[in-house]
Design a protein around this ligand. Structure first.
Ligand SMILES: O=c1ccn([C@@H]2O[C@H](COP(=O)(O)O)[C@@H](O)[C@H]2O)c(=O)[nH]1
Length: 314
């Protein structure tokens, strides 16, 4: 099952770190940009190659120290077909390197439309009886706002193709409380969503004891993280917000269970653009090594905090 593959990788690599691939063109080293602008002109085709070369090097540098990468589709989609082609190439290459791929696509619509999203991102697309993998990643992020019938469509493909999903429960952004923290009877909205996720989770329990249906829980809200951990004990959390958004290792600790498992922590900008940080002495062409060093620092930071809490899985 997806979740068993994830937990196996976490244990083998002693790492709860997910590297987020959120490539911002202007932050990509100039020498890569110039190489492809010379070859293809200032075109979307050039951008595809720039995104690909940059992402490939990051993957080459981190594949052995993290269980998963999380390409953020928005940063590719903004460049149209060429951007989406880069997204697909990155997902395929990461998978070849043995990484689990979490497509941060945040989809969700009425049932029939959700089905099309699920087929495109998790399953196989049919053309005249022949099956094609369009994007086919290991797991996607899903927006639960349309309710159960939307999640049901993703569930079908998760079961059929042995994939996973992380449902947005409590997001990391400053305004997340505006809707998610509203009272719905005696509960907050995010608690209601947690109960929905927990119910779906029980259908896809792996032998590791966790489910292939996970939850997105922002690192920037540690109190809510603790509450959600109690509400969803067998649900794996995808925790964004560490690093650039200000959350620290101590903030993500409540998202872990006593067994030291239960959460994977994403950082995007702080890792992939570590070379450009003011206090670093990296040269532009060392951007990959800088990303590796940042991912290793994050792994040690989280592991040290887990050890201090006695939440140690290794
Ligand atoms: O609640 C959420 C859900 C998703 N994200 C995504 O995670 C990364 C965070 O990037 P950083 O550079 O580490 O801030 C980005 O792709 C978001 O869309 C999130 O931040 N919060």
């Amino acid at each position: 099952m997806f979740i068993d593959r994830l937990v196996r990788q976490i244990k083998e690599k002693r790492s709860n770190v997910v590297v987020g691939l959120d490539p911002r063109l202007e932050m990509i080293p100039r020498f890569i940009q110039e190489k492809y602008f010379q070859q293809y002109g200032k075109t979307l085709r050039a951008v595809e190659e720039i995104l690909w070369e940059f992402g490939k090097e990051i993957i080459d540098q981190v594949w052995d120290i993290v269980p998963a990468i999380k390409p953020q589709i928005a940063f590719y989609e903004q460049y149209g077909i060429e951007g989406m082609s880069a997204y697909r190439r990155i997902c395929q290459y990461g998978a070849q390197k043995g990484l689990l791929i979490i497509g941060d696509v945040k989809r969700g619509d009425i049932g029939t439309t959700s089905k099309a999203y699920a087929i495109g991102h998790l399953g196989k697309t049919q053309v005249e009886g022949e099956a094609f993998e369009a994007f086919s990643v290991d797991a996607v992020t899903v927006n639960p706002y349309l309710g159960d019938d939307c999640l049901k469509e993703f569930m079908e493909d998760i079961k059929e193709w042995d994939r996973g999903m992380f449902v947005l429960v409590k997001t990391s952004n400053p305004s997340s409380g505006q809707l998610q923290d509203l009272e719905a009877g005696s509960k907050k909205i995010y608690e209601v969503v947690a109960e929905m996720v927990s119910a779906w989770s029980s259908e896809t329990l792996g032998s590791c004891g966790y489910s292939s249906v996970g939850a997105v829980v922002g690192a920037t809200y540690p109190e809510q993280g603790e509450r959600l951990r109690a509400l969803m004990p067998r649900t794996y959390f995808l925790v964004p917000g560490y690093g650039a958004q200000g959350a620290k290792a101590e903030d993500i600790l409540p998202c872990f269970n006593e067994d030291g498992l239960g959460a994977i922590v994403n950082s995007s900008r702080d890792i992939i653009f570590a070379y450009a940080k003011k206090d670093q002495l990296w040269k532009e062409d060392q951007y990959g090594e800088a990303a590796r060093a940042a991912a290793l620092r994050m792994r040690e930071d989280i592991n040290n905090h887990l050890v201090q809490q006695g939440k140690c899985y290794w």
